[in-house]
Design a protein around this ligand. Structure first.
Ligand SMILES: [Zn+2]
Length: 345
């Protein structure tokens, strides 16, 4: 309420009501030299994180601000030529002012709040504004997700100790600060730390996943490819200028990320899915213990090692299946990546 009132006052000169001619985009503006000139003021950009964007646009949380993508499709790959329709704030103003049951249902179906919002009174397409905060979304959003996914992946595949050891062995080099804490010991990441982490994360992941069993090989390769794709996208998003080639690289990296992202479904799983996966693990570990005790007298050390490795792969496989069934990637920041290229252009 307060936010909308503040925005209304700040942006009042741009509204339809204040300047009827604003619909055509031009205003008579008083310049410092005392003359009036016809100008087209443009509301260009602002910096905000996802929750603030939702409040600014008067939308429910966890929905896209730029298009009407359904909540249950936020994790899907969106082809650049097949974007969902843009949000139409003028339509929302009309529906909000209608005060009918039908209009309310229409707004609800688009996850839009009723009431006043200044963007519904400005002659522009809000979705067309340049939004540099995408980089903020990327570095403090998607890279944070990626790190969590990787860490859960390493734990699941019993590579956590190796991962932490390699992480801590990354040397200081030029602007790169020496790591004194392993990933799980860092409670909060700032932008600089995220940027530095992006320089070595791929190498740490690749080396941590070396030497897997034949069954693990394809899974590890997908995890490496997913890490590579997201980091590539991050690097391209940080370019100071781009051309058609770099835009196509961005789109290609995003497409590759969507192709292999399911490999990290454990890290993406919700608490319910994780609890179910843990129950599966506990049950299988009990069975493994019974198997081990039953055959203790007959297994020689090498046989026991092979059997235990087979059990480990089997348990991991079962947990992955359990999470695949229960988890999805319908997360807003994943969907927002589909808009980067078009927003930067
Ligand atoms: Zn969208």
């Amino acid at each position: 309420m307060v936010l909308n009132e503040v925005l209304r006052r700040v942006l009042q000169p741009l509204t339809f009501k204040q300047h009827p001619c604003a619909e055509r985009g031009y205003y008579n503006v008083l310049w410092p030299d005392g003359n009036f000139r016809r100008c087209e003021p443009v509301l260009s950009a602002w910096l905000a994180d996802c929750p603030e964007y939702s409040d600014l646009h008067h939308l429910e949380r966890h929905v896209c601000f730029w298009c009407v993508c359904p909540k249950n499709e936020l994790g899907d790959c969106v082809h650049p030529d097949k974007q969902y329709p843009r949000r139409d704030h003028n339509l929302y103003r009309t529906l909000s002012d209608a005060h009918t049951k039908g209009a309310e249902v229409e707004l609800l179906s688009r996850h839009v709040h009723r009431g006043f919002n200044v963007f519904r009174h400005i002659p522009c397409i809000v979705s067309d504004f340049p939004k540099p905060a995408h980089l903020h979304t990327m570095s403090n959003g998607m890279l944070d997700h990626l790190q969590k996914w990787i860490f859960h992946f390493m734990k699941t595949h019993e590579r956590r100790d190796k991962y932490s050891a390699i992480w801590l062995s990354v040397p200081a080099y030029h602007d790169l600060t020496l790591n004194t804490k392993s990933y799980e010991e860092v409670s909060q990441w700032n932008g600089k730390e995220m940027k530095e982490m992006s320089w070595y994360l791929f190498g740490v992941v690749t080396h941590s996943l070396r030497g897997g069993s034949p069954a693990q090989g394809p899974i590890f390769n997908r995890a490496i490819e997913c890490t590579r794709a997201l980091l590539e996208l991050y690097m391209y998003a940080r370019y100071k200028s781009r051309d058609d080639a770099s835009f196509s690289y961005m789109e290609d990296a995003l497409h590759r990320f969507h192709t292999v992202k399911d490999v990290f479904s454990l890290g993406q799983a919700g608490n319910k899915a994780k609890a179910k996966a843990n129950a599966v693990r506990t049950e299988l570990v009990k069975k493994r213990k019974v198997d081990e005790e039953t055959n203790a007298a007959t297994w020689i050390p090498s046989k026991k090692r092979r059997e235990m490795n087979a059990w480990r792969d089997y348990i991991t496989h079962k947990i992955d299946i359990s999470n695949d069934i229960n988890a999805d990637f319908n997360c807003l920041k994943i969907h927002l990546m589909a808009h980067w290229a078009e927003q930067i252009r």
